[in-house]
Design a protein around this ligand. Structure first.
Ligand SMILES: Nc1nc2c(ncn2[C@@H]2O[C@H](COP(=O)(O)OP(=O)(O)O)[C@@H](O)[C@H]2O)c(=O)[nH]1
Ligand SMILES: [Mg+2]
Length: 209
């Protein structure tokens, strides 16, 4: 019975592989619609070039072109939406390379909310699929030893995709075997799209300054 539930997940999951089966179950537990009032820190992870640094910059109102990131400190900053302001705890903006997987251990703490970014145009790209596999496996494993970790996917670069957004949603939801509430499809270069994330963070987190 459970098998039929997971056969939907064809990308990046391989449900016939027992390791993936476990990871898939763990991931399901991690999926949370939004940060919550218990959330204490925000972490942005994902594949190379997906837009992690762009999103950190947009959240901080930094208008700079990005270059490949290895590991850069994101100092504490205030995030404001309408009349509410919250404080975002210091963290690191890490690159999408395999060598940085070990850093996840210190980034993902109790009550961390993870935005997991991938480029919607590279769903079939072998390198990206491999790194999503590895990163999700690492995140799931670390989160087993943490309390209150939440995760949601953000498919980026949707402006570069010819497909209609509703079709893209359907395709990705089917491939990942997740529900719509666990996915945003955004153009990170559009301030309106970034505002969706700012609103989501500010309105669900209690100020933890
Ligand atoms: N068109 C478009 N470009 C994006 C989007 N998100 C990021 N970029 C660009 O993609 C490149 C890589 O982004 P970056 O933030 O450095 O990715 P990172 O490796 O995940 O930190 C940069 O040139 C960004 O300007 C998006 O949603 N749409
Ligand atoms: Mg970067």
């Amino acid at each position: 019975m459970i098998i039929s539930d997971i056969t939907l997940g064809v990308f990046p999951f391989q449900p016939w592989n027992p390791t993936w089966y476990l990871i898939y179950i763990l991931l399901k537990i991690l999926l949370k619609k939004t940060p919550t009032k218990e959330t204490r820190s925000i972490v942005i992870l994902g594949t190379k070039g997906a837009g992690k640094t762009s999103l950190w910059n947009a959240l901080r109102n930094i208008k700079e072109a990005t270059s490949a990131t290895y590991q850069e400190k994101v100092s504490q900053f205030d995030l404001k939406f309408r009349d509410k302001t919250i404080s975002v705890e210091e963290t690191y903006d890490v690159g999408g390379g395999d060598s940085l997987l070990s850093v996840y251990e210190s980034l993902i703490k109790d009550n961390t909310y993870i935005y997991y970014l991938f480029n919607v145009n590279r769903q079939e790209n072998k390198e990206d699929v491999k790194s999503i596999d590895k990163q999700i496996e690492t995140i799931s494993e670390i989160s087993r030893h943490r309390m209150g970790v939440g995760l949601k996917f953000i498919g980026t670069h949707c402006d570069e995709c010819e497909k209609d957004k509703s079709i893209l949603y359907k395709e990705i939801l089917r491939n990942l075997g997740i529900q719509k509430k666990h996915l945003h499809i955004l153009n990170l270069q559009d301030p309106k799209d970034v505002e969706i994330i700012i609103n989501e963070i500010v309105n669900n987190i209690t100020d933890y300054a």
